[in-house]
Design a protein around this ligand. Structure first.
Ligand SMILES: *[C@@H]1O[C@H](CO)[C@@H](O)[C@H](O)[C@H]1NC(C)=O
Ligand SMILES: *[C@@H]1O[C@H](CO)[C@@H](O)[C@H](O)[C@H]1NC(C)=O
Ligand SMILES: *[C@@H]1O[C@H](CO)[C@@H](O)[C@H](O)[C@H]1NC(C)=O
Ligand SMILES: *[C@@H]1O[C@H](CO)[C@@H](O)[C@H](O)[C@H]1NC(C)=O
Ligand SMILES: *[C@@H]1O[C@H](CO)[C@@H](O)[C@H](O)[C@H]1NC(C)=O
Ligand SMILES: *[C@@H]1O[C@H](CO)[C@@H](O)[C@H](O)[C@H]1NC(C)=O
Ligand SMILES: *[C@@H]1O[C@H](CO)[C@@H](O)[C@H](O)[C@H]1NC(C)=O
Length: 662
């Protein structure tokens, strides 16, 4: 955690980070923008040392034979009408009374009590006080935690026992009535030495690359550029590759992350292995961490906001500890045992005790790397939901924190060793950003950056070259899954099974085909951003398209035997309608006559004002419509509308008769 420095000298730390960033920026200028051959450009004065290169604005993320993904200006006029960067709000203005530091000689965490802060909180220099902690640990059942009742008293310099992975601490006046000076909570990655085995004695050949996955929920590559430009700048540094053609394969978090971590879609998993809705299934699934563990990696998994955790939200969660380090029990303890605060109008927890929620997750990530990355291969995923899920603009308030994480990891030397994946599951799925012209791109293009450490680029130059090329080719979650498997294979051992749901997917360390289509990347038509759509402003035409979709939804309720629970739907009004013109028709030309075409329609129904977005093949003459109901997106919240049914997919479409608003 090493929070001592941060606590004692926040400004100093910030300045240090800023200088580092500055150095990185300066160093990366000549590499990033290739300086023009100045003698060739007689319009540019030779005298001006800083040559402003007129860079042609990027028009496409991907422009290949079968795929044109338009680049969206993150600061365009539309968005600037609604976007205002937000300021960071902290959880406490008090200085830290207790800080921790890791003593690398003893390989132990040490607690420090700051006397000045204590005296300040006591309003006195000679009053006595006590500090003690309660240990929190993994519970009997994996979803619970144990709290040891006995208080352990400690003084400055206390060496935390090795078995303590989490603690709630408190300092209070010695005299009665006890007045609490401060409460705090820490979670530790305790170092476990590598078990000596004959295999481990000699250095690993070939070297196994560690992999750390740093994730932020609901952040598109467009919104990253908009809300965290400084982070984006950092991610353009040496060794970073942006998968600009990375297109999500499903609607929300679970199926997108599940595809990365298992290579399956939930539906296929259900028919081939087990139903992810049933308790015990995640233990049977060939999740990626089992492969990493089998290849002698140490593993970790951490997420915030327990109600929204990927494997727990409307899912049974795990029955056994999935990874060597598993944060959820500690999260539950923090959520219950510390003071929780939310920002006005926000549903997710913002502070747990004295810290913003995501700080626990990314500190855990930092400790994991600090403890191990120099000596053995590790895999870990560290994910936060709470500041990006509900408000697409809130990440702007967290940009300095995220940048500091990256700079801290860099300062620790983590980037010398580890492959880092800095990513999201999808973009903004609802709200005002979705209503913009670029809304469908915002939701379908999560950010995806991959960092390769110097040794890896040197050892595998062809992989680095392929990754560079693939930055502007279409890729998907299943390719990332194969890439993770490829990384495990690099460390030795046999060939591993690849993405089950996408036989045509591949590791991103090999060049992707130039003529790749969404189908080849297992991206459904509805999620595919390869073929640009354009808006239809003819209202009568737009109405006809939407009205052709709704009867299909009502038939769906009938087929699923839900008609007695769910109201039939009827059109209120159409938000917008787009027609797919195909790649042959240039974005700038007029629309030719197309009797049958693919449309994307976003509309509101009368029942509880629910909003939907559907992709439909509509015949403009016969009015015939084809639509797969389960690919229709629900674009506003359904929480209040579908309490009468449990089916997670049907929940998106069903407005319960019992929840119907007048
Ligand atoms: C710049 O262009 C000139 C003229 O084409 C050529 O002679 C010279 O070698 C080039 N210099 C560099 C550094 O590429
Ligand atoms: C910290 O101080 C600032 C400025 O005085 C104040 O606006 C903010 O509410 C305080 N925060 C907390 C958590 O007390
Ligand atoms: C110190 O003073 C503050 C403000 O008067 C008071 O709230 C707090 O309880 C005092 N602390 C102690 C330990 O008496
Ligand atoms: C686990 O690792 C061993 C040896 O490294 C290998 O032979 C075996 O196939 C692996 N099992 C799986 C399921 O990957
Ligand atoms: C609801 O829609 C279905 C399918 O179109 C239809 O069979 C049924 O009669 C409708 N129910 C009501 C109450 O209108
Ligand atoms: C719906 O109900 C009918 C009659 O009760 C039954 O035959 C059918 O299998 C049910 N369908 C589904 C999808 O449950
Ligand atoms: C579809 O029909 C509408 C009139 O109903 C017409 O205005 C439009 O041009 C037609 N579109 C195409 C592409 O045929």
């Amino acid at each position: 955690m090493d929070s001592r420095f941060r606590a004692a000298h926040p400004l100093y730390k910030w300045l240090f980070g800023f200088c580092l960033l500055l150095i990185i920026c300066v160093l990366s200028i000549p590499k990033g923008n290739q300086l023009p051959n100045v003698t060739n450009r007689n319009t540019i004065s030779l005298k001006s040392r800083i040559v402003k290169v007129p860079k042609t604005p990027q028009k496409y993320f991907v422009r290949t034979a079968q795929c044109h993904i338009p680049f969206v200006d993150p600061f365009n006029e539309d968005v600037m009408k609604i976007y205002k960067p937000q300021t960071y709000v902290g959880c406490s203005n008090e200085s830290d009374l207790v800080t921790t530091h890791y003593d690398s000689l003893q390989q132990r965490y040490v607690l420090h009590i700051n006397q000045e802060v204590a005296q300040h909180l006591l309003n006195s220099t000679d009053e006595e006080y006590n500090c003690f902690y309660e240990e929190i640990s993994y519970g009997q059942e994996i979803d619970t935690y144990d709290k040891l009742k006995a208080d352990k008293y400690f003084t400055d310099g206390y060496v935390v026992p090795k078995h303590v992975e989490g603690m709630l601490l408190e300092c209070q006046t010695a005299e009665e009535p006890h007045i609490v000076l401060q409460r705090d909570a820490f979670v530790f990655i305790q170092y476990q030495p590598v078990e000596p085995s004959p295999k481990m004695k000699k250095p690993l050949v070939p070297r196994k690359p560690s992999v750390i996955m740093y994730g932020i929920d609901s952040l598109s590559r467009i919104n990253l550029r908009r809300t965290m430009p400084k982070v984006h700048k950092f991610l353009q540094g040496e060794g970073w590759y942006e998968m600009q053609g990375y297109n999500k394969v499903a609607d929300n978090s679970f199926p997108n992350l599940f595809a990365i971590l298992s290579g399956y879609s939930p539906d296929t998993a259900k028919s081939q292995i087990c139903d992810t809705d049933v308790s015990g299934c995640f233990e049977e699934m060939p999740m990626i961490w089992h492969y990493f563990r089998n290849a002698s990696y140490l593993t970790a998994y951490a997420e915030d906001e327990s109600g929204s955790n990927t494997f727990n939200y409307l899912k049974p969660g795990f029955t056994e500890k999935p990874t060597d380090y598993y944060f959820r029990p500690f999260l539950r303890a923090l959520e219950v045992e510390t003071e929780v605060t939310r920002l006005p109008g926000q549903y997710m927890r913002y502070c747990m005790g004295r810290r913003v929620v995501n700080r626990y997750i990314y500190d855990y990530c930092r400790q994991f790397m600090q403890r191990y990355v120099k000596e053995r291969p590790i895999w870990g995923m560290f994910w936060t939901n709470h500041y990006s899920h509900d408000d697409p603009f809130m990440p702007s308030s967290m940009q300095n924190k995220v940048l500091t994480d990256l700079l801290d990891y860099q300062m620790d030397g983590a980037f010398e060793h580890t492959i880092m994946i800095f990513f999201a599951d999808h973009g903004t799925r609802f709200g005002k950003l979705r209503d913009l012209k670029s809304g469908f791109l915002e939701s379908r293009l999560p950010m995806m950056f991959i960092y390769l450490p110097p040794w890896f680029r040197e050892e595998y130059p062809s992989y680095a070259r392929a990754l560079e090329l693939n930055q502007n080719r279409l890729s998907s979650n299943f390719d990332l899954h194969n890439t993770l498997k490829h990384i495990i294979e690099i460390g030795g051992g046999g060939e591993l099974p690849k993405s089950y749901n996408c036989p045509t997917c591949q590791s991103l360390f090999y060049p992707l085909p130039e003529d790749r289509t969404c189908a080849q990347a297992a991206i459904d038509e509805h999620w595919c951003t390869c073929e640009p759509y354009r808006s239809i402003n003819d209202l009568e035409w737009a109405d006809r398209v939407a009205k052709s979709v709704i009867p299909r939804m009502n038939e769906y309720f009938a087929e699923k035997n839900l008609s007695h629970l769910c109201s039939n739907l009827s059109l209120n009004y159409v938000h917008n309608t787009q027609i797919k013109t195909g790649l042959a028709i240039s974005w700038h030309d007029d629309l030719p006559q197309l009797e049958e075409a693919v449309y994307r329609t976003k509309f509101k129904v009368q029942q509880n004002s629910a909003d939907f977005e559907a992709t439909v093949v509509f015949n403009n003459v016969t009015e015939k419509a084809e639509v797969k109901v389960e690919t229709i997106s629900r674009t506003n919240s359904y929480k209040e509308d579908s309490n009468c049914i449990e089916d997670k997919i049907a929940k998106l479409y069903c407005i319960c008769l019992s929840d119907l608003k007048p």
